[in-house]
Design a protein around this ligand. Structure first.
Ligand SMILES: [Zn+2]
Length: 461
């Protein structure tokens, strides 16, 4: 068999990367659709009777087309900038995407506010009939969220200023990270590549990588703190004007989660996180040190490092998926074969991993930097979990395909666990079993400690 490609195929979506003519035409077409929707929403009047559904049923298809197109466009642009942080044209496309996004958001704000004007009884009966029934959850949610917002004029100003005053700061962060490089043993590495070396079995290398990473981030700390302050400042001002008192209002709405549920989760985590302390102490003992440093947390405890080539990692994942679900395995195999995954270990790539959806072409792409560590294999399985989740939703109306991070991470963590559990069961000897169990526990440590620490930082900040 031919080995799976290490780099992804973006040409099958839009040919020619950031210079793509096909992309240009696609975006022009989307702009036309947005103009069309703007006119329709402008003249749309809130239904007063349950039989006034004509305008609304004309709006729904075009609205869904635009969501599809904007997501397709956005996904492509994020792939372009992730694969090459120096691609300036990709940055321009990103600005274009934010501009169109803001235009669409404004139209949707106008639309939502007209939904708020519909009498409650008319509304309830309206969304229970065809063709709105299958979209009723989303429509009802939109109407409710709109009730907590400002009037159209003010919300439009927030949306428009958000392009340069909010989203642009996110882009700034990516630009800064892209410029950073870390020297490790004479090699110049990107931040993502260097982070992979934190799981080296050699403590001297880990310490060096950690120190150099610390230095690289500290060198830019004034720029990062300013970026963070402006992102937060924009949010605080928006909250103030909307008269939103609770700092978690927006993330909770977005995650369709109550504050009680969130607190129940964190309380449980706080109650049980200490159970990982004996593990960390044992790990320090096995590594022959008194106390773990941050750069020891991901160190392997086994003598031999369980490195896997990309091909081996891919075959391993497909095999484990197959024991749970042949459909899931077939999907993963197809993703590997067709080049839906960017895994190459090279400088100039963004750090981290993600999976992004192309709802128009019904495809997904996975991005990561694969260097062969067990945690890379886990990341790959994780991202394939996201991809499979998207795949099983392809049949749904695009409005119903939206889901938040908490649901997304359930699908991906599940996929990750299938691979982790199966791997432990099939370990050939004690040493290998230990390494695999350790990798699994490590991920729980990440959820219970690392992620919790980030949550505490962000809410306090
Ligand atoms: Zn994920």
């Amino acid at each position: 068999m031919t080995p799976y490609p290490l780099t992804w195929d973006l040409d099958s979506i839009f040919e020619g990367g950031s210079q793509s003519e096909q992309l240009k035409k696609y975006v022009e077409n989307t702009e036309n659709h947005i103009s069309e929707l703007e006119t329709m929403v402008e003249s749309f009047s809130a239904p007063r009777h349950t039989d006034q559904i004509e305008e609304l049923s004309e709006i729904m298809p075009i609205l869904q087309t635009i969501i599809k197109e904007l997501s397709e466009f956005g996904a492509f642009v994020s792939c372009l900038s992730a694969q090459d942080v120096h691609d300036k044209k990709a940055g321009l496309w990103q600005s274009k995407q934010h501009e169109l996004g803001a235009r669409f958001d404004n139209t949707m704000t106008q639309f939502d506010q007209k939904l708020v004007q519909v009498d409650k009884d008319v509304w309830n009966s309206l969304i229970s009939q065809h063709p709105f029934k299958e979209l009723s959850f989303i429509l009802d949610e939109r109407r409710h969220l709109a009730m907590d917002k400002l009037d159209l004029r003010q919300e439009s100003i927030i949306n428009d200023l958000g392009v340069d005053g909010y989203h642009a700061w996110g882009q700034m962060y990516d630009t800064l990270v892209g410029k950073m490089s870390v020297e490790v043993e004479g090699e110049t590495l990107s931040v993502g590549q260097a982070s992979n070396r934190l799981s080296s079995s050699d403590r001297t290398i880990r310490k060096k990588v950690f120190d150099n990473l610390q230095k690289a981030w500290s060198d830019q700390e004034d720029l990062f703190s300013e970026t963070l302050n402006h992102l937060s400042g924009f949010r605080l001002q928006t909250y103030k004007h909307r008269n939103w008192k609770r700092v978690l209002k927006e993330p909770l709405d977005y995650n369709r989660m109550s504050e009680d549920t969130l607190n129940a989760m964190w309380d449980t985590i706080v109650e049980f996180k200490n159970q990982y302390v004996p593990y960390l102490e044992k790990k320090a003992q096995l590594l022959g040190i008194d106390k773990l440093s941050f750069y020891d947390v991901e160190a392997p405890v086994a003598k031999t490092e369980q490195m896997m080539s990309y091909q081996e990692g891919a075959e391993f994942i497909i095999k484990q998926f197959r024991q749970f679900s042949p459909k899931m395995a077939d999907f993963a195999e197809m993703a590997f074969e067709k080049g839906w995954i960017e895994a190459e270990d090279r400088p100039g790539k963004q750090p981290g991993g993600f999976c992004t959806s192309f709802p128009d072409s019904e495809q997904t792409r996975i991005f990561m930097t694969y260097s062969g560590t067990p945690s890379n294999v886990a990341t790959l399985a994780h991202e394939l979990g996201h991809a499979y989740h998207q795949h099983v939703m392809n049949e749904l109306p695009v409005l119903n395909q939206g889901y938040a991070m908490n649901v997304a991470e359930t699908a991906s963590t599940f996929a990750e666990m299938i691979v982790a559990d199966a791997a432990v069961k099939q370990a050939e000897n004690e040493e290998e079993k230990l390494a695999l169990l350790e990798d699994k526990v490590q991920r729980s440590v990440a959820f219970f400690m690392n992620i919790h620490a980030r949550f505490l930082f962000e809410t306090r900040f």
